[in-house]
Design a protein around this ligand. Structure first.
Ligand code: NAD
Ligand code: LMR
Length: 340
C-alpha cells in the first residue's frame, strides 16, 4: 500500500478555521449514560469544547460524583448532574444535542446483537423522554447494536409525532477514526491528514471502509484491501478481547463521539463544509432504509447526503455481503419499537 498523492485533509482545515473564529452560541448538550466507560471521558472532552455552555450529565447511578469532579476544570462549560428517571426530563430540556452512550457493552464471545435484549429497551425509554422534552435536539446514538438502536430511536419518535429524520444519527465515527489510523500507519502517512469514508452500518461485515476513496489516494492490492477491511471490521472485537471481560472501546469511542459532537455543533452554528459519516434513515443506498454514509452537517442537522462514489469491485461485493445482516438488524429495531 502506497500513498499516490499527498493532500491536506479538508476536515482539519475547516475545523481549525472554525475554531479560530467561533461565534460562541449558548449550546446545551446532554450525555445519557454519562457515568459509564464512554460517558466519563466523553464528558471530559465535551467540557473542553468552547461551543458548549451547559453539559447535562444523566445516568441511573454515580453521576453526581462525575459532575462534581468535572466541574472543577476551569473551562466555561457549566456541568450539571441528573440521576434516575425522575430527573431525566430536566436533563433534556433545552438540549441542542443529546449523546447516548447508555447501555451494556460486549464481553468476549458476544456479538453486538447479543446486547439487543438490554440496550433496545434502554434506548427506547430514553428516546421517549427526548420526544417529550427536547424534540428539536440532534440525537447521536452510540449504544449498540447501532444498526438496530437507530431504527428504534426513529420509530419511537415517529410514534410520538416528533421525528426529525435529519437529526437522528448513529455514531459510526469510530469506524472512520480507526480506518484513518490503520491506513495512515500502513502507509507511513500523517494520521491527521488521512480520510477514509466508511459506509453501511456498525457491526461486522456491515462496516465497509471505502479504501478506494481514501484521501490521500492510496493504492491497495486486492489482498491488502481485503486484509485492511477485515482489520477495520474486527477492530471493536479486538478491543473487547484485549479488555478480557471488562468492557469494549471507551477512550477511542469518547474521542470519536467528541469529534462527532463537535461537527454537529459546528453545523448547527452555521459553519460550512462540515462532513461526517453517520448511520441514519436515508435514500442513499436503494434497498437499505438505514445506512451509514457521508453527509454534510448544518443548522438543520443533516443538510445533504453525498451520493455514493463509484465503488471498487471489492467494495461492491461488500455491499452485497452486508445486505442480509443489516436488513435483519433494521427489521429487529423497527419491530421492537412498534410492539405494544
Ligand atoms: P458502561 O457499562 O461502562 O456504561 C454504560 C452506562 O450506561 C453506565 O454508567 C450505566 O449506568 C448507564 N445506563 C444504563 N442504563 C441506563 C439508562 N436507562 N439511562 C441512562 N444511563 C443508563 O458501557 P460503555 O463502555 O460506556 O458502553 C456503552 C455502550 O456504547 C455499549 O452499548 C457499547 O456497546 C456501545 N459502544 C458503541 C460504540 C460505537 O462505535 N457506536 C463504541 C463503543 C461502545
Ligand atoms: C466498537 O466498535 O468498538 C463498539 O461497537 C464496541 C464493540 O462492542 O465492539
Amino acid at each position: 500500500m502506497r500513498a499516490a498523492s499527498p493532500i491536506t485533509s479538508s476536515r482539519q482545515q475547516v475545523v481549525r478555521a472554525a475554531r479560530s473564529q467561533l461565534a460562541i452560541e449558548a449550546r446545551k448538550v446532554a450525555v445519557l449514560g454519562a457515568a459509564g466507560g464512554i460517558g466519563q471521558p466523553l464528558s471530559l472532552l465535551l467540557k473542553m469544547n468552547r461551543m458548549i455552555s451547559q453539559l447535562a450529565l444523566y445516568d441511573i447511578a454515580n453521576v453526581a460524583g462525575v459532575a462534581a469532579d468535572l466541574s472543577h476544570c476551569n473551562t466555561n462549560t457549566k456541568v450539571t448532574a441528573y440521576t434516575g428517571p425522575e430527573e431525566l426530563a430536566e436533563a433534556l430540556k433545552g438540549a441542542d444535542l443529546v449523546v447516548i452512550p447508555a447501555g451494556v457493552p460486549r464481553k468476549p464471545g458476544m456479538t453486538r446483537d447479543d446486547l439487543f435484549n438490554i440496550n433496545a429497551g434502554i434506548v427506547k425509554g430514553l428516546c421517549e423522554a427526548i420526544a417529550v422534552n427536547c424534540p428539536d435536539a440532534v440525537i447521536n446514538i452510540i449504544s449498540n447494536p447501532v444498526n438496530s438502536t437507530v431504527p428504534i430511536c426513529a420509530e419511537v419518535l415517529k410514534k410520538a409525532g416528533a421525528y426529525k429524520p435529519r437529526k437522528v444519527m448513529g455514531v459510526t465515527t469510530l469506524d472512520v477514526v480507526r480506518s484513518n489510523t490503520f491506513v495512515a500507519e500502513a502507509n507511513q502517512l500523517d494520521t491527521k491528514e488521512v480520510d477514509v469514508p466508511v459506509i453501511g452500518g456498525h457491526a461486522g461485515e456491515t462496516i465497509l471502509p471505502l479504501l478506494s476513496q481514501a484521501k490521500p489516494k492510496v493504492e491497495f492490492t486486492a489482498e491488502d484491501a481485503a486484509a485492511m477491511t477485515k482489520k477495520i471490521q474486527n477492530a471493536g472485537t479486538d478491543v473487547v478481547n484485549a479488555k478480557a471481560g471488562t468492557g469494549s472501546a471507551t477512550l477511542s469511542m469518547a474521542y470519536a463521539a467528541a469529534r462527532m459532537a463537535e461537527s454537529v455543533l459546528l453545523g448547527l452554528n452555521g459553519e460550512k463544509d462540515i462532513y461526517e459519516c453517520t448511520y441514519t434513515e436515508s435514500d442513499v443506498m436503494p434497498g437499505f432504509q438505514y445506512f451509514a454514509s457521508k453527509v454534510l452537517l448544518g443548522p438543520g442537522g443533516i443538510e445533504k447526503f453525498q451520493p455514493l462514489p463509484e465503488l471498487s469491485e471489492f467494495e461492491q461485493q461488500g455491499l452485497v455481503a452486508m445486505k442480509e445482516l443489516l436488513t435483519a438488524n433494521i427489521q429487529a429495531g423497527v419491530e421492537f419499537a412498534n410492539k405494544a
